[in-house]
Design a binder for this molecule. Structure first.
Ligand code: UDP
Length: 240
């Protein structure tokens, strides 16, 4: 299966449907980025981060913001929730008896996420669990090289998880790495996802912002600013 990407703010975004993205991920290794407007804004300011995204093996549009941005540019691409995508890849690993590593979040959170995933997916092999507050990347790389997991989920927040994966992927050429943000917090039960109606309407960000007011300052200006930037990308040619 070939990738078919479109450009948004200079970044390559894949146009796969959910099922196509799952099939593609199963047949490949390397870095999966679940991209949102906040990450795109960061990439516009930070070319090293943009290079990491553009060298990823798969970039899935996570959330309504990216879907709207692509729509403005004339691309009809449906959003794929990173948390659902990552969960599905875990299920696929369980079916195929492939091993999984979990890296990120607080120690009790990642442990609980592991327990819950093992309850949900029979035959799941989680062979490595590490919280996300380590200082020494090299130690983690060495431990991963010994375990050789097929799937490595990294919940370190962005851009930390993307930078970590970028370094790790060359050391484990057979592994698939996905940056999963706050997914372990949800899988552990510590954080609730928005009710399905918010998810369907693309308003999960609003629900989270109201539930976690400290996110407000971070998240709120992001979406309108991002939309303005994409409108500029559409109507004002580069260099003007
Ligand atoms: N996190 C981590 N190490 C760090 C910073 C954050 O493991 O140095 C974890 C944090 O505990 C949380 C996850 O990264 O589980 C995602 O954090 P956040 O909610 O900020 O990310 P988002 O989902 O908004 O990208």
């Amino acid at each position: 299966m070939e990738r078919n990407t479109v450009k948004l703010q200079g970044l390559n975004i894949d146009t796969f449907t959910f099922e196509q993205a799952v099939n593609y991920a199963k047949s490949t290794s390397g870095q999966v980025v679940t991209i949102n407007p906040e990450m795109i804004n960061n990439a516009v300011k930070n070319s090293q981060f943009a290079d990491i995204i553009n060298s990823a093996e798969l970039v899935i549009p996570d959330g309504i913001g990216v879907e709207i941005g692509l729509k403005i540019l004339g691309h009809k691409v449906r959003r794929i929730a990173g948390i659902e995508f990552a969960h599905r890849i875990v299920e696929e690993c369980a079916k195929d008896r492939l091993s999984v590593a979990l890296i990120g979040a607080k120690p009790e959170i990642v442990q609980k996420a592991k327990e819950n995933l093992m309850k949900e997916c029979s035959d799941l092999y989680i062979t490595y669990v590490q919280d996300g507050y380590f200082k020494d990347d090299e130690k983690i790389f060495n431990e991963l090289k010994i375990r050789q997991p097929r799937l490595v989920l990294c919940a370190l927040g962005s851009p930390k998880q993307e930078e970590f994966i970028f370094k790790a992927k060359n050391l484990l050429p057979e592994a698939l790495f996905i940056g999963v943000g706050g997914s372990f917090d949800v899988w552990s039960g510590a954080v609730k996802r928005a009710p399905v109606i918010y998810q369907k309407l693309g308003l999960e960000w609003l629900y989270r912002t109201v539930k976690e007011p400290k996110r407000f300052k971070r998240i709120f200006p992001t979406l309108p600013l991002f939309v303005l930037k994409v409108l500029r990308e559409k109507f004002i040619p580069k260099g003007v």
